[in-house]
Design a protein around this ligand. Structure first.
Ligand SMILES: CC(C)(COP(=O)(O)OP(=O)(O)OC[C@H]1O[C@@H](n2cnc3c(N)ncnc32)[C@H](O)[C@@H]1OP(=O)(O)O)[C@@H](O)C(=O)NCCC(=O)NCCS
Length: 197
C-alpha cells in the first residue's frame, strides 16, 4: 500500500455515521420596520426587480429612495412591517401605500408583500398578510387593493384570495418587461373594525 493511501481520511460505514444536524426550525417575529432594516428590505425588493415580473419596476431602488418611502409612510402612519429571524436577519416585509394622491382616496391603499427567496413557501406570507391587515384596520384604512401581475405571480394571487381579496378587474398589456407584454389583476378587500364587545 502506498503511503498516501494510509493518509486518506477514514469514513465510517453509513450505519455508524452520526446523524446530520437537523435544520433549525423556521421561526420569525414580526415588528414595525425601522430605518436600520432598509438595506435588507432594498436587497429583497431588488431581487424581484432584477429577476421577475411580480413588480413592474425595472430599475433597482436605491437606499435613498427607500429612506424617503419609509419617512413618507411613517408620516402618514401607514403600516410598514418586517419579519426577522432569531438572529436579526430581515426575511421579508409588508407595507401599504396610498392608492392615489387625490384626497378622496384617503381611506384606500395598495399593499405589497415581499419575502427573501429562501423564506417563501413556509407560511411567512400568510403571517405578514395577517399582521398587515390587522394594523391597516387599526390605522382606519377601509379598502385595500392588490395589483398583481397576471402571469408568474400565482402564489401572490392565491395568498390574497385566502385572505378574502376578490378580483375586481383585469388590465391587459399594461406593462412590458423582459421583452413581453404583461397585464395586471386587481383584487380588493374591505376592512372592517372588529365589533367591540
Ligand atoms: C407571494 C408571497 C408573499 C407568498 O408568501 P409565501 O409565504 O411564499 O406563501 P406560500 O408559498 O405559502 O404560498 C401561498 C399560497 O400560494 C400557493 N402557491 C405557491 N406556489 C404556487 C404556484 N406556483 N401556483 C399556484 N399556487 C401557488 C401555495 O400553495 C399557498 O396556498 P395554500 O396555502 O392553499 O397551499 C411570496 O411567495 C413572495 O414574496 N413572492 C415574491 C414576491 C411577490 O410576488 N410579492 C407579491 C407582489 S404583489
Amino acid at each position: 500500500m502506498l503511503e498516501s493511501e494510509y493518509m486518506k481520511p477514514r469514513q465510517l460505514p453509513p450505519h455508524l455515521r452520526p446523524a446530520p444536524t437537523p435544520e433549525p426550525p423556521f421561526s420569525f417575529s414580526i415588528r414595525e420596520a425601522e430605518e436600520r432594516d432598509l438595506p435588507d428590505v432594498r436587497e429583497i425588493y431588488n431581487h424581484y426587480v432584477k429577476n421577475s415580473v411580480v413588480t413592474f419596476d425595472e430599475d433597482t431602488m436605491t437606499l435613498k429612495e427607500w429612506r424617503e418611502k419609509f419617512a413618507y409612510l411613517r408620516k402618514l402612519e401607514m403600516p410598514f412591517i418586517v419579519a426577522e429571524s432569531p438572529s436579526g436577519q430581515v426575511l421579508g416585509y409588508a407595507l401599504v401605500t396610498p392608492w392615489k394622491q387625490k384626497k378622496a382616496y384617503r381611506y384606500t391603499v395598495e399593499n405589497s408583500i415581499y419575502l427573501g427567496p429562501a423564506s417563501t413557501g413556509k407560511g411567512l406570507g400568510r403571517a405578514l398578510m395577517s399582521e398587515l391587515l390587522e394594523r391597516s384596520t387599526a390605522a382606519g384604512i377601509k379598502e385595500i387593493i392588490a395589483v398583481i401581475a397576471d402571469s408568474g405571480a400565482e402564489p401572490s394571487i392565491r395568498l390574497h384570495e385566502q385572505f378574502g381579496f376578490e378580483e375586481v378587474g383585469r388590465m391587459g398589456k399594461v406593462g412590458f418587461k423582459f421583452n413581453r407584454w404583461l397585464g395586471t389583476v386587481l383584487l380588493q378587500k374591505s376592512l372592517k373594525k372588529p365589533k367591540s364587545k
